[in-house]
Design a protein around this ligand. Structure first.
Ligand SMILES: Cc1cc2nc3c(=O)[nH]c(=O)nc-3n(C[C@H](O)[C@H](O)[C@H](O)COP(=O)(O)O)c2cc1C
Length: 352
């Protein structure tokens, strides 16, 4: 059975135009990544996880995660934390910033997060997890979604007990990445568990994990009954995979297209993070964009040695001169970020 990936669906009152969702990824899901994902067909994009404690303390860098561009919608902003009242306060800030959905992270397996009682730890504390969802759902008018793993330990089925409780507490959607926290990213995502969760709840379920192609997306949707698939690692430096999942096989992007998308991504990231921070942040993206046999290994390695982003651009254009024309078209087609970025009234949160 072929599922129509262009069919819209809803999270609460928010209409999601396609069944492909771009995953939240810390250190990746900047605004440039999300806007690019929307342009290439993602029906919903998500911010990386944002610390509710950072928002509470008015940390300027954390507040920066709440900058949303007008062409990102629909967009979920994901928050993490362990105190229901602080999570509720963070959710209100997310709503004020203009997000469409507040997403709660109950899946992060990284020690820095779990040792604070947040992320995946909450899978084993159903009372607190439900209290967080309840507090967030009462604090905002936006739909609330929860992203979780299967449980803490390998083979755990915790998500099947917790999921219905979270829906009862107010979750309008659940995203399941059916790996355990212990697994991190090893092994495979067990979507048999996603199918079981779909049977247990009456809200849409998003299936996350190992969706890398149209065939895989179709198989996951058909066998689980999930409302949508979420795509993470496969979209790193590869927005074209989103189109392929939606529309079927397409020609590989040309070298000119690859360079144009990368340079646009670099320029937007500089605007968002500032030049100095962007330099280091962008290095991993060179390999992601230029890999997959698109450019010689040596070329990628040379770029990562450079700190001067103008020099990186110069070398990219030298390797694919026609990219300038593709880039000009892309820049013309999408509104300037400066025009669409909503001014976040940082001062009201004391963020400087
Ligand atoms: C670098 C990286 C950062 C991630 N950061 C987050 C995050 O901030 N919040 C979250 O819920 N999941 C996060 N994830 C998990 C992804 O959203 C997704 O569930 C997981 O990668 C499985 O999907 P995939 O096989 O399509 O990559 C991250 C994954 C990666 C690889």
């Amino acid at each position: 059975m072929q599922v129509d990936l262009h069919q819209s669906w809803s999270i609460g009152a928010v209409e999601i135009p396609t069944r492909v969702v771009l995953a939240p990824m810390a250190g990746v899901s900047v605004q440039a990544f999300r806007r690019q994902g929307r342009r290439h067909g993602a029906g919903l994009v998500c911010s990386e996880m944002v610390s509710c404690a950072g928002l509470h303390h008015g940390n300027e860098r954390t507040l920066g995660y709440l900058r949303i561009a007008a062409d990102e919608h629909p967009l979920a902003v994901q928050i993490f934390g362990s105190e229901p009242s602080v999570m509720a306060e963070a959710a209100r800030m997310v709503a004020d910033a203009g997000a469409d959905i507040v997403d709660i992270n109950f899946g992060c397996p990284v020690r820095k997060v779990t040792k604070t009682g947040a992320g995946a730890t909450l899978l084993d504390d159903p009372a607190r997890a439900s209290a967080i969802v309840g507090a967030v759902a009462s604090a905002v008018d936006l739909p609330v979604s929860v992203k979780m793993r299967r449980g803490l330990e390998n083979g755990a089925r915790t998500c099947l007990e917790l999921g219905p409780r979270l829906v009862e507490a107010g979750a309008a959607t659940l995203t399941l990445h059916p790996r355990s926290a212990r697994q991190m990213y090893t092994g495979t995502a067990d979507h048999a568990l996603t199918a079981e969760l779909v049977e247990l709840v009456d809200v849409p379920v998003i299936a996350s994990g190992d969706v890398t192609s149209r065939a895989r997306a179709q198989a996951v949707l058909a066998t689980t009954g999930a409302a949508a698939v979420m795509v993470g690692r496969a979209a790193q430096g590869n927005p074209w995979v989103l189109r392929e999942i939606l529309d079927g096989p397409a020609a590989e992007p040309s070298r000119e297209e690859v360079v144009a998308e990368l340079v646009l991504f670099m320029r937007e990231t500089v605007r968002e993070l500032g030049g100095r921070k962007a330099q280091g942040f962008l290095k991993k993206f060179y390999g992601w964009y230029l890999g997959r046999g698109r450019f010689p290994r040596q070329f990628k390695a040379e770029l990562t040695q450079l700190d001067d982003l103008d020099e990186v651009e110069r070398r990219l254009f030298a390797a694919a001169p026609g990219a300038r024309f593709v880039l000009a078209r892309l820049e013309q087609e999408q509104p300037d970020a400066d025009e669409v970025t909503l001014d976040l009234p940082i001062s009201i949160y004391g963020g400087g």
